[in-house]
Write a protein that binds this ligand. Structure first.
Ligand SMILES: O=C(O)CCC(=O)C(=O)O
Ligand SMILES: [Fe+2]
Length: 338
């Protein structure tokens, strides 16, 4: 075999193995009952020990093991990045994978480009627009990484009266192979729940789905990459009216759904494109925190997104977390754009 190609193949295999390992590690930790937030903090090197009622010893052992394995894997990855010069490859591998990135502060810090602090300098609150023209959107927000909330932007979408827990359950159950596709090719974020797959979520009891008293709360997110499901979803929503005609939407739809409480824990994504997210029902507050290099000139901000609003954010440039308000179930759909 051509030695250059062989070296590239080995490099690819090693890299793939490492990425898979990180993902497995996270899954294993969640399976063993560790809170996603705790796993996240361990991976960021923020804690190696935590006190949790009941079974503290077992949990601590798992945390120590996780921290150790993570430290070893990180070192290997660092050495490989240096030897093989794969920093750029890591970035590319991350591009479509929120799996590692959602949970791994260290990797994102070595892979992400530094933020240009002009995006947030002097910004004290998220700008709010109504009836914004495409020209203004292009000029002020589209590719500037300045976040914006556009009010009343989904008025004509049938999604507003259609999307619900049961709608998604019926849709996925009726499109052959779609749940397998989500499991194998898309991504699923259980956040604080015990669910491992979207299938588990859609199989929950009616009472839990309705947030009846005494039932465990839930909030999850997933990407849909099954074309059969996408085409039905897209009958119910359109590209936001303020995006330029030639702006291309990603083929992936991102859906976040669930009840009151903490939504997504604080994280930065490794997606290179900005994204929009439409609030189909319920109310959600986003907390935005500038990246460390911009902390001296930029401010953290909160913004509450209500039913019918579209929030545009570059999740690669702003650390973000979400909180779901009591009341209606929160359902959002979104996509990245170019
Ligand atoms: O909607 C949420 O709760 C989190 C969304 C998020 O993290 C994202 O779109 O990157
Ligand atoms: Fe995110």
């Amino acid at each position: 075999m051509n030695p250059v190609k062989q070296k590239m193949d080995t490099k690819r295999e090693v890299k793939q193995k490492l990425f898979d390992k990180f993902c497995e590690l996270r899954k294993e930790a969640t399976k063993r009952g560790l809170d996603a937030e705790v796993v996240h903090a361990v991976f960021q090197g923020k804690i190696v020990q935590v006190k949790i009622e009941n079974d503290t010893d077992r949990v601590n052992k798992v945390l120590w093991a996780l921290a150790t394995v993570f430290a070893i894997l990180s070192t290997i990855l660092g050495v490989l990045a240096y030897h093989y010069d794969i920093k750029e490859d890591i970035r590319l591998a991350f591009q479509n994978s929120r799996c590692i990135v959602e949970n791994n502060g260290f990797l994102i810090e070595i892979a992400r480009p530094k933020t240009n602090c002009q995006i947030c300098e002097h910004l004290l609150s998220v700008p709010i627009e109504t009836n914004i023209s495409t020209e203004k959107f292009l000029q002020k927000y589209a590719y500037t990484a300045v976040p914006v909330l556009v009010k009343d932007a989904t008025r004509h979408w049938t999604a507003m009266d259609t999307f619900s827990f049961r709608f998604f359950r019926d849709l996925y159950n009726s499109v052959n192979g779609s749940l397998d596709a989500v499991e194998e090719e898309c991504q699923f974020f259980p956040y604080k729940t015990e669910f491992e797959t979207l299938r588990d979520v859609l199989n929950m009891t009616e009472d839990r789905a309705d947030f009846k008293e005494g039932e465990k709360l839930w909030y999850v997110g997933w990407s849909n990459c099954h074309p059969g499901v996408s085409s039905v979803l897209r009958e119910h929503y359109q590209k936001p009216y303020f995006l330029p005609n030639d702006a291309e939407s990603s083929a992936l739809d991102w859906i976040f759904m669930g009840g009151t409480g903490l939504g997504a824990f604080i994280h930065l994504d490794y997606v290179q494109r900005p994204s929009w997210q439409a609030q189909i029902s319920g109310e959600k507050t986003w907390s935005l925190i500038p990246t460390p290099e911009c902390e001296h000139v930029c401010h953290s901000m909160n913004i509450t997104v209500q039913k019918g609003d579209i929030f545009v954010i570059d999740t690669n440039q702003w650390y973000h977390a979400t909180y779901i308000h009591p009341g209606e179930i929160s359902i959002t759909i979104g996509s990245e754009y170019d």
